[in-house]
Design a protein around this ligand. Sequence first.
Ligand code: SF4
Length: 367
Amino acid sequence: MKKHAIIPIFIPHRGCPNDCVFCNQKKITAHQQPVTGEDVINTIETWLSTLEPRGTETIEVAFFGGSFTGIPMEEQSAYLTIAKGYKDAGRIHKIHMSTRPDYINEEILDNLKKYGADTIELGVQSFDDEVLRLSGRGHDSACVYESSRLIQSYGFELGIQLMIGLPADTLEKDLYSARETVKINPSIARLYPTVVIRDTALYDQYLNGQYQPLDQETAVFRTKEMYKLLTAAGINIIRVGLKSSDILSGEGQTAAGTFHPAFRQLVEGDIAREQIETQLERLLAYPAAEYQKPQPRTSQKEPRQIPFDRRIKADFYANRRCISNLIGNGGRNKKFFLEKYPQLHILYKVNDFLSDYQYEVKIKGES
Ligand code: SF4
């Protein structure tokens, strides 16, 4: 049984006055029909027809699309009235929306409270003012602190979305953004490596050489380091990387950058590899007597060397939810360990006594 599900309702911000360099919404939504109340009801009913028979414990209706609180107040209220009706009837449990930090004020929050909204996600993207400016966001980091404080003071659950690899972004700025997020202490976060989409200012900058997207390995590394900071602080990371359906114009619209359909697994796989390798190095440096005779150390700093004519069995464990992280996307961890530790005979095994994201290594001699 799935415990938690989100019913996404995409409300495009038609007539958005902002010019975020990575966004193609304005061009697309100019030709789109507005989302009607009937559309919202149809979407919710379609999802509930599969979620309700499964007994899903928590169902959220989520208004996505960037700037829910930037649309006229009466339109917000019309959508919220429908969602509240489902919440009051007990058919959904939470109301959720995403918006910009500069579209938060007391009047907006009073209205969201009135309709029983629960969670507000802010598209923060970066805490570095230069990155925000060059990305055309139209707000600074001070606005993020203030709107976050206001949202939390009303008792809403706060979410923060960060992007990696925007113009002028660096590893240090990404880590700074993650640390500032930890200070604000939202309940949830999303991490989005930048994807260059056609028909955007960023695409033009990419074509004329002004903007260079991150390569995939760099994007995975930076995202991984941010992921570790956020999860260590107890922040629930509900998404890593865009889904293809998040890219509004769909297939073939990503021109460059770091889009990967399993970006989260790339990040979580690398974290699994780090954990495994730390344990492995410790075990190999101080081997148990049963699989290796003590070898003289060349110096205090040098670990003992494993003789290459001895095969050592290494079993790597994860629970069944995380075994794919252990193996890595496309078997990349398997390949890594095979190449780096040719003296090992490695098996990947399930141990459901381990918690999620906990990995374990056991080694012994091979007869
Ligand atoms: S990402 Fe920026 S430009 Fe695009 S809809 Fe949101 S606020 Fe407007």
